[in-house]
Design a protein around this ligand. Structure first.
Ligand SMILES: NC(=O)c1ccc[n+]([C@@H]2O[C@H](COP(=O)([O-])OP(=O)(O)OC[C@H]3O[C@@H](n4cnc5c(N)ncnc54)[C@H](O)[C@@H]3O)[C@@H](O)[C@H]2O)c1
Length: 346
């Protein structure tokens, strides 16, 4: 297949490009190369993976720039699009909600217009567990039918984008073109490619596992735990519980979904392991893997942060036989720590 990947120089998008190349697809990345989010080296690494097969090319373009997007689509002639490009920080979305609506919702509309104009008839869209808001302990594990009630602009921008995808898929033009779409709601994506060629390059870093590793390695003075008084049984030790899925498992699900998508499909899947892990368990794992202590500061809970959030990945397991293979937290942490030591030179 010819696959256009938006956000192909980002954390998840770059891992997806590598897997698609490995599976024999032709890949075109479109990325605005936002500083502190895109990896400046991902395209070169992916180009080297493709070798002289000519199966990889990269365009620097904003998905909201229709002319630039048209140019990339007309060169790539994609059968399918994986749409990862987006902004994904809760706190930033509260400070600058319009950036989130323009990039995540408007960007999705723009990508769909390009699909319609250039005959791309499959879409795999990156959504998020943040669209569920705080579903409460009784809703765990979260299934796809759980009500979506976002509690921040990031969540709303993704929920609106889901709606844009659904409405477009139902339109007469999309139906007659045989358009098929999958919305994938990721839980917490973690780890790096275990072969060490690709990883995350976020600056400033906001995610729990890399932050705990930074503190262990002495890059940051301390690691703040937001909330140590969440009640049981949601939290076993007072800290927040999340579902950490390894990035290679996550992109593996994307490849399976893409290859299974049929005209008229409207699939929605949660992607996670189905297990919750507390922040304290992460700290212990980082200490085991790095052999160093994590200097911890105990902070207050952050507004809108659920005590516990993990999914049921049962739907994709039943439909496509997908299941997260990396189940050992230390393996996830080790893949991140190795990448960070290499790229941060510590
Ligand atoms: N990382 C997670 O845990 C997680 C969880 C749920 C959902 N998601 C979603 O997955 C997608 C990828 O996340 P990530 O962690 O790889 O993020 P990332 O920040 O590492 O990568 C996003 C990429 O998109 C590019 N980009 C941003 N705005 C763009 C625009 N307007 N036009 C073109 N390119 C643009 C950036 O330059 C960057 O390379 C996002 O849509 C995010 O909302 C991520």
């Amino acid at each position: 297949m010819r696959v256009l990947v938006t956000g192909g120089s980002g954390y998840i998008g770059s891992h997806a490009c590598a897997l698609l190349l490995e599976r024999g697809h032709e890949v075109t990345s479109v990325d605005a190369m936002l500083p502190g989010r895109a990896s400046p080296h991902a395209a070169a690494t992916l180009g080297a993976l493709a070798g002289d097969s000519g199966r990889f090319r990269a365009f620097v373009a904003d998905v909201n720039d229709r002319a630039a997007l048209d140019h990339a689509f007309s060169r790539a002639k994609p059968d399918a699009v994986m749409h990862f490009a987006g902004v994904a920080y809760v706190g930033e979305s509260v400070r600058d909600p319009l950036l989130y609506h323009r990039t995540n919702t408007g960007g999705t509309e723009s990508v769909l217009r390009a699909c319609a104009a250039h005959g791309a008839t499959r879409l795999v869209f990156s959504s998020s567990c943040v669209t569920y808001g705080d579903p409460g302990a009784a809703a765990l594990p979260v299934t796809e039918s759980c009500p979506q009630r976002p509690v921040n602009p990031y969540g709303w921008s993704k929920l609106h984008a889901e709606r844009v995808v659904a409405d477009y898929a139902e339109s007469p033009g999309a139906r007659s073109a045989g358009f098929g779409a999958a919305v994938l709601r990721y839980f917490n994506v973690a780890g790096c490619e275990r072969r060490g060629r690709l990883g995350h390059s976020h600056d400033p870093e906001t995610r729990v596992i890399p932050l705990a590793i930074r503190a262990a390695l002495g890059i940051d003075a301390s690691f703040t735990v937001f909330g140590t008084d969440y009640p049981g049984p949601g939290s076993p030790d007072g800290t927040a519980v999340r579902d950490y899925v390894h990035v290679e498992d996550l992109v593996g699900a994307h490849a399976l979904v893409l290859e299974a998508l049929r005209p008229g499909d409207r699939r929605v899947y949660n992607l996670g392991t189905g297990r919750g892990t507390s922040v304290r368990r992460i700290i212990e794992s980082v200490e085991r893997v790095t052999g160093r202590r994590v200097p911890v500061v105990e902070g207050a809970r952050r507004e809108g942060d659920p005590a516990s959030l993990f999914c049921s990945p049962g739907a994709i397991e039943r439909d496509l036989g997908w299941r997260a293979r990396v189940t050992d937290l230390d393996e996830i942490v080790a893949s991140s720590a190795a990448w960070m030591k290499k790229t941060l030179g510590v």
